[in-house]
Design a binder for this molecule. Sequence first.
Ligand SMILES: NC(=O)c1ccc[n+]([C@@H]2O[C@H](COP(=O)([O-])OP(=O)(O)OC[C@H]3O[C@@H](n4cnc5c(N)ncnc54)[C@H](O)[C@@H]3O)[C@@H](O)[C@H]2O)c1
Length: 419
Amino acid sequence: MTEKYDIKDAALAPEGRLRIEWASREMPVLAQIKQRLAKDKPFAGVRVSACLHVTTETANLALALKAGGADLVLCASNPLSTQDDVAAALVEAGIPTSAIKGENEATYYKHITAALDHKPNLTVDDGADLVTTLHTKRSELLKGVFGGTEETTTGVIRLRSMEKAGKLTYPIIAVNDAQTKYLFDNRYGTGQSTLDGVTRATNILWAGKKLVVSGYGWCGKGLAMRAKGMGAQVIVTEVEPIKALEAAMDGCQVMTMAQAAPIGDIFITVTGDKHVISKEVIPLLKDGAILANSGHFNVEIDIPALEALSKNKRRVREFVDEYTFKNGKKAYLLGEGRLINLAAAEGHPASVMDMSFANQALCLEYLVKNKGKLETRVFAVPQDIDKTVARLKLASMGMDIDTLTPEQVKYLAGWEEGT
Ligand SMILES: NC(=O)c1ccc[n+]([C@@H]2O[C@H](COP(=O)([O-])OP(=O)(O)OC[C@H]3O[C@@H](n4cnc5c(N)ncnc54)[C@H](O)[C@@H]3O)[C@@H](O)[C@H]2O)c1
């Protein structure tokens, strides 16, 4: 076992501890699961390497896994998303953590390597950088791994592509694809926290602004919905006709990026794709346009093109870089094009991560219970885990639901009865 860790400042631990405790108030489902894990110890003797955004919510998951007996280490899943006080508190709690907010790419991968040095039996990933590094650079460790989980859309897409290419070597559960994950975390979590990130970075007024949302998937829908509530006029760009139609009927304007570029005040990409704001689009932008991304990687805005097309760049606020183009027009890039909700704000509120991380904990337990029995592929979250999380969340919110009567069960299963 490695005891290595790399954090900004161990003295930040008390602050981190308090904030982790604050998040735990909003994570009753995970707390309940933690209690049971602490009793059953399903992870006793299991080495877990986790690559997640190092936030207060992740800390609560890490503490739950540790309570369940896991021998756990943690590294950051994004160079800008780490909360340094949380990293310090985790190290203090006995969870070796390698994560520093603002780390460069070399340090980011050094931290992933440190997490892999732990010789994991289980991996927990967010974006699939840990799993990819494991398969490409540390393949000697693969024989010890019997399962993994993946937190986000982009990671699941990469893993499915690995599976298709015959490169995946152990079963991974796509936690992102649980209904109790994407319907809530991606939609309401990203919706709220992205606005929070842009607001904290810029202090703009949303009312009356023209917001261009690129990608009308679960994240984009939530973002558009919440931005409308703040008084923004939402324009959507899409590549899928059904999603675009949905956006139109949800009351958004739909157009191409080239059409939106000269109109939009603020652009937020949430596609999981690259170069959505491309070198062709950048010259079309309105003077003063604000550009942000809330998709997983920092490639949705073509930042090298932004650099090449501008004559001057300066940091005007903590998360705001001003680019001045050769014709004098300006554009503002937020959070270096990285997930703005995690770079400039605190990521998703704890209440929604309660469900995502309840799924994580239960899926990891499922992998332990089914060790050696699962095929090597990307799995959906088992239905009963998804439903359990929903039931526990409803109960924690003090809500009850009806139960089908035997008559209704029979009716819904039959075909004979008509009007
Ligand atoms: N910021 C966060 O905290 C957070 C949380 C969850 C997911 N994510 C990430 O956000 C991204 C989107 O996730 P999702 O769950 O909404 O995915 P999704 O698959 O539901 O939606 C993505 C949408 O983008 C569209 N799209 C793809 N290329 C496009 C292009 N060039 N122009 C316009 N639209 C395009 C797709 O058609 C699709 O409708 C992923 O990278 C995911 O990992 C971020």
